[in-house]
Write a protein that binds this ligand. Sequence first.
Ligand code: AP5
Ligand code: MG
Length: 254
Amino acid sequence: MYTAGNRIAWLQGPGATCSGTGRVPTRPWHLVLLGPPGVGKGTQAERIVAEFGACQLSTGDVFRYAARDTSGHAPSPAMATALAAMRRGELVSDDTVVELVRERAQCLNCRFGFLLDGFPRTLDQARALDEILAGLQRTLDGVINYTAPEALIVERLSGRRVCKQCRAGYHLTNKPPRVADRCDACGGPLVQRDDDKPEAIRVRLQAYAATCDPVLAYYRGQGLLREIDASGDPDSVFAATSGVINRLQQRARH
Ligand code: AP5
Ligand code: MG
């Protein structure tokens, strides 16, 4: 069992150093998680981090961290535009997202390995990632694509709640807190993400449908893509995920 660090170098960008990262895995993984909004990437990422040690690098988390910035500094114009797009459920521009990842390239070189969650989302982003990794003389071990029927995804997104203080995730019926509207871990209030409101959910699903196929084809062409049906409960989806990662490991040995 590995413990997650505070990922501050990823969330804040250059100049910040992570702490609390614990034991270094003997085999650092370099993986990408793909799949529609709400399919369960973040839920599985948490378990992959605990079992395999890789650090979760979510581009959505970087934007949410910037949105909560209490330093009193106004966000850069590019970040302000990105946050407005995110609230509407639209994709942030490729230029902004790629720049953000490029600035954090040190995280792709991390000794814990990495688990990219929510990036890349377009073909241009996938190509840019390959270029960044080539600069680091690194390659991906695999790309996992989670799928589930749209009705299930809408149900997962509309029932999701997150702790306003510690960002722990819940679901009104699938993963309810012990006390209504209060975080089990820190007692903070549970809130709904702005982009989990019905109008934004619709826009997000459309944005995903419009951009996912070329990305999937790109990684299929590289022999990296592994498909997982994510319609079961989190344990069964994680069992399938572990199976995929273990098979990737066996393949790497031969
Ligand atoms: P991002 O944060 O990446 O969001 P997303 O892709 O829309 O995915 P979510 O985080 O909403 O869902 P998830 O798959 O992690 O599901 P979760 O595990 O939480 O991006 C947000 C926004 O940022 C984008 O819309 C865009 O604006 C911008 N952005 C980010 N990256 C970008 C990029 N690369 N390019 C352009 N723009 C970018 O699960 C959801 C719920 O379901 C939870 O309540 C959970 O408890 C429950 N659940 C999960 N798994 C199960 C299960 N197996 N059974 C039952 N319930 C489950
Ligand atoms: Mg997520």
